[in-house]
Design a protein around this ligand. Sequence first.
Ligand code: HEM
Length: 450
Amino acid sequence: MATQPEISSTEEPPRGRTRPNMVWPFPPRERPDLPDHEPATLAEYLRTAPLDAVDIADPLWWENDVEGVFLKRLRDEAPVHFNEVNAARHRGFWSVTRWEDIMAVDTNHQAYSSEASLGGITLFDMDPDFIMPMFIAMDPPKHDVQRKAVNPIVSGPNLAGFETLIRERTAEVLDGLPRGEVFDWVDRVSIELTSRMLATLFDWPQEQRRKLTYWSDISTSDPELPGNPSKEERQTILMGMLQEFMALWNERVNAEPKTDLVSMLAHNPATRNMPPMEFMGNLVLLIVGGNDTTRNSISGGVYFLNKNPTEYDKLRANPALVESMVSETIRYQTPLAHMRRTALEDTILGGKHIRKGDKVVMWYISGNRDERSIEDPDAFIIDRKRPRQHMSFGFGIHRCVGNRLAELQLKILWEEILKRFDRIELIEEPERVPSAFVKGYKKMMVRIPA
Ligand code: HEM
């Protein structure tokens, strides 16, 4: 049996905090070392650059869909690797890229914390001046009781109750799409369907559903990227969201308990006395949780089927494959590319010495392509033997609350698509989100033949 290496005090890993800082020019469009930003040039750079010279958190790679080249190198050459480049921006972090190592972190919340006050669950620390406590960024016992308060909305009987509604809505949206004309699938279908679902979960006015999408986009936007709201503007917008939701809370806390998320939070003893910032944090969690992720899986399905026409033929010939195709899409897309933890103690991971307080980033998007755990992982295969064997929903105590709801939405969507359209044609490469957290699409132009 392999023995665990001992923690040695002599072999210190490089640290962003202690080493001279290496900072790449930012924003990425100004990088002189990569004069043209063609994906092929960027991929070649990632194939050849020294491992220690690349910041995998740089939005440039993600916007161009080339990050996988570097993640594969990390899996093969340095599966637990300290990312020191750009430490001024993110303090430096450990990149964990193999399935087994990610599982070891995700299932050990005693050693690896999600706490907001330690930085939270994404590569960039939560703003210390604007901490929004939310149960995804809490450890037990508080996490467990808050999770329990909202879990019923997406479990068994409630989920079954949603099915008819989701099918009707989906049919309505699909029937309203133009034929023979080019349109943006992201806006007309992916955002439309997810915002309608979110409005239902919150019992929020349907005519104002796009506000939920807007708040979700604001809360995950990078204030350092050109065109995005600054930190201060972001805070003001989210405080506005809080005010609107507070009005709903006040209305529902004195009414009979119902099964919407605000009512559930207002009536549950574990959450009814939450301070306003915690209410806001949990709102952001539930809005983002149900929004970007499902949205990008809906768009991803169209993209992958277009890139893999024989799989599309298989699906048309056998619509019973929808369920496994949905899981394969969620694996292949990995809508949340990573989750981050903070080490609570000195420990060893993949032979590396992780120190208390270090940031540990689990690259789910890499674990999902790890050939050590998944057969032929780079291929999109809609009838895989074990399609639910992926890490897109995470593992351990924070495993996605909404995973069954997301699968149901996608399953119904593809069943209804197959009943109506022979093909959804991709017209050009989509525009992608420049983010190492949300792996997704801003715009995807398609046409449904007349
Ligand atoms: C947690 C992914 C859909 C609500 C998570 C986590 C991931 C994830 C990776 C964190 C797991 C971890 O830290 O170990 C996804 C994906 C989705 C999806 C890929 C769609 C394809 C949804 C939906 C909802 C939702 C539809 C709600 C309606 C949540 C919540 C948590 C969570 C509340 C926090 C759970 C906790 O901390 O205990 N999700 N999610 N998600 N998700 Fe999802």
